[in-house]
Design a protein around this ligand. Structure first.
Ligand code: NAD
Ligand code: MG
Length: 385
């Protein structure tokens, strides 16, 4: 029996995870749940899954959570705040932690799960972008297991040699859907709205990652993620646009073999892989029917219209705190865009400017990275207002 601590239970990945739990009650049991501010939704989930702990990140909502749980007659322990989230991720009641919080807010709990030696299903890509080396070292030092839930990295994970050797690997090829604005010019993007940016043609996701997909920053973050997860240099990580989102990513070997992982664009496949590895379980994802598939197309990304991908490669080349700065500036810029305070094209402008402004430092430890994250946020906010 896998006991699960699901961080970010109310989000898109959280909900997909719960669908798998519903399908396999004999295999998976929820022991801890978290949400950011949606306290009523969290209480509803507690009614359904009866976890031992529930944590609301927003401390102002603690009383509402406590009272709601007690009114529902549940023995679930109410918790609140970032420290409780960290403690919950390390608690013995779960052997598996699904890290599905969005943004750098997920770093501390992911690291905490790693220190506690958990099986970690990592959806929260921002934590590995911000603190990649530290997270990988912590996982190794404490015998934790990291399963990438991002569909591209999950695909690569499935296509790499199981022994971990990289000698035969020539390149990792990350596929990108191209997002809702594929084929558009910069002029056409000047006035796009958050609703248009969040209307992804293939994937249904949270709003932040949807905007990241529209700017191609998502792919940039994923290049950094792949670099850390798989120990490959940025030069050996290539991005190719594949609008159908059927090939989730590929590994190109020296001998000319290319292994691809394919499937319907549905995150339950990647989550189930991490949940049940090395077994394969039913997910409810429909089988690929090659007879009805349209042609699969591949093309180069348009780096001029979508500069964020290039910015991510620049950050990875600089190393140190640069990826943390990139990520933090992007989080602020995306939020400003979603709130109507910044035009779409301003996202890349802000990230580029902040990357050039915040001083470079080696990624000595988490406190340096968090200080760079805070500095980059201040710098981005100043430029937006
Ligand atoms: P979402 O916005 O739908 O959900 C985010 C979850 O995090 C919610 O439960 C929310 O309550 C919680 N949260 C938000 N801010 C928080 C904070 N400050 N403190 C604590 N909790 C907070 O996002 P999502 O689409 O589920 O994505 C989650 C993560 O998974 C992101 O890092 C995203 O990049 C990654 N991811 C998502 C998908 C996808 O298909 N949705 C695919 C690949 C990777
Ligand atoms: Mg992805």
């Amino acid at each position: 029996m896998k006991t699960l601590c699901l961080l970010g239970a109310t989000g898109s990945i959280g909900q997909s995870t719960l669908k798998l739990v519903d399908q396999h009650p004999d295999r998976f049991r929820i022991t801890a749940l978290s949400a950011h501010t949606q306290v009523d939704a969290l209480i509803d989930l507690c009614r359904r899954y009866r976890p031992m702990h529930a944590c609301i990140a927003d401390t102002n909502q603690f009383a509402a959570l406590r009272d709601g749980l007690s009114a529902a007659g549940l023995s679930t322990t109410p918790l609140a705040g970032a420290d409780s989230l960290e403690a919950m991720a390390a608690d013995d009641s779960a052997n598996t932690v699904v890290a599905a919080i969005v943004g750098a807010a997920g770093v501390a709990s992911t690291l905490s799960a790693a220190r506690a030696g958990k099986r970690i299903l990592l959806a929260n890509k921002e934590s590995i972008v911000l603190a990649g080396q530290l997270l990988m070292e912590t996982v190794a030092a404490h015998g934790a297991q990291l399963f990438p839930v991002d569909s591209e990295h999950n695909a690569i994970f499935q296509c790499l040699p199981s022994g971990g050797g990289r000698d035969g690997v020539r390149r990792l090829i990350l596929t990108a859907s191209g997002g809702p604005f594929l084929g558009k010019t910069r002029a056409e993007l000047a006035a796009v709205t958050p609703e248009q940016a969040c209307r992804h043609p293939k994937w249904s996701m949270g709003r932040k990652i949807s905007v990241d997909s529209a700017t191609l920053m998502n792919k940039g973050l994923e290049v950094i993620e792949a670099h850390h997860l798989f120990g490959m240099p940025a030069e050996a990580i290539e991005v190719v646009v594949h609008p159908q989102s059927i090939v989730h990513s590929m590994v190109d070997y020296r001998d000319g073999s290319v292994l691809a992982q394919m499937g319907e664009p549905d995150m339950r496949t990647a989550i189930a892989y991490g949940l049940s590895y090395p077994e394969r379980i039913d997910t409810g994802v429909k089988a690929l029917d090659f007879r009805t598939l349209a042609a699969l197309a591949f093309q180069s990304p348009d780096g001029e219209t979508f500069p964020c991908l290039g910015l991510a490669y620049r950050a990875i080349g600089r190393g140190g705190n640069a990826p943390a700065v990139l990520n933090a500036a992007n989080e602020i810029a995306v939020m400003a865009f979603l709130e109507g305070r910044l035009p779409f094209l301003g996202i890349a402008d802000i990230v580029g400017e902040v990357l050039e402004t915040v001083h470079w430092e080696p990624a000595a430890d988490l406190s340096v990275l968090m200080a760079s994250d805070a500095e980059a946020r201040r710098c981005a906010i100043q430029r937006i207002h």
